[in-house]
Design a protein around this ligand. Structure first.
Ligand code: SAM
Length: 230
């Protein structure tokens, strides 16, 4: 039984896929997908020995060693050409780390893989990397679980770069149109946080007016997005 977050990630994996789950930790996601016959093959990549040995024992327990290949590797180095991977999942880490893994592993990407990315923070960094590298965002999802709000971004390589506006990069091209209750909640929380930052900055003896103005502008942008109907 998966967490709501990993369940949502798994929902984007099409039946018959060959998956590489990078930074798999306990391998719950690939195990779930293999057990349910959604993937026919999976690479379980981990950079750290502790998590990899957890993954190996979970895979053994589930008797899935014939389908799931645990590999100790940094990022996309876990993938070999004859794995014929067509879906890559990278979940549960910061956007900067996801961007770094993709950037460092560019040579491993054939351009035919669907990327399913679930950054815990820094979603804009991930979207910017996708745009720069000619990926098109195909779907996005936002969900709340245990007091956290998570975003999932799926993308595929396209022949021509797609350009996204600054707002789309920050809020998500699909999420900003959908404006779901969880999306509104996320950005209302961000507004409250930024307002606290400003009020603390106002109390300081040496006010950084420039910074205060920048944050105020950001608050106005967010408020514009979550208040408008369009
Ligand atoms: N993907 C799982 C999930 O979403 O529940 C586990 C997330 S866990 C918080 C992040 C994992 O990524 C850790 O086990 C860590 O060792 C691994 N990791 C971090 N950097 C990595 C890298 N460059 N290559 C492979 N794995 C990495």
């Amino acid at each position: 039984h998966l967490s709501k977050r990993l369940q949502a990630v798994s929902d984007h994996v099409e039946s018959g896929s060959r998956l590489a789950d990078i930074g798999s930790d306990h391998a719950y996601l690939p195990i779930y997908l293999a057990k349910n016959h959604i993937i026919s093959y999976g690479v379980v990549g981990e950079v750290a020995k502790g998590p990899l040995s957890n993954a190996i024992s979970e895979i053994k327990k589930a008797a899935l060693l014939a389908i799931l290949q645990p590999r100790l590797a940094d990022g996309l180095a876990a993938i070999q050409p004859n794995d014929n991977i067509n879906v890559i999942t990278i979940a549960g880490m910061g956007g900067n780390l996801i961007r770094h893994i993709l950037e460092a592993g560019r040579a491993k990407l054939t351009g035919t893989e669907k990327l399913i990315l679930q950054p815990n923070v820094g979603e804009d960094t991930v979207r910017r990397w996708l745009m720069t590298n000619a990926y098109q965002i195909k779907a996005e999802q936002i969900l709340a679980e245990d007091g956290h709000i998570y975003e999932i971004i799926t993308a595929v390589k396209v022949p021509q770069k797609v350009s996204y506006t600054e707002k789309e990069l920050k809020f998500g091209p699909f999420l900003i149109r959908e404006k779901s209750p969880v999306f509104i909640e996320k950005w209302q929380e961000e507004v409250r946080l930024l307002e606290r930052v400003i009020s603390n900055m106002q109390k300081a003896s040496h006010k950084n007016t420039q910074k205060i103005n920048l944050i105020s502008d950001e608050i106005q942008i967010i408020k514009g997005v979550i208040s408008r109907e369009s």
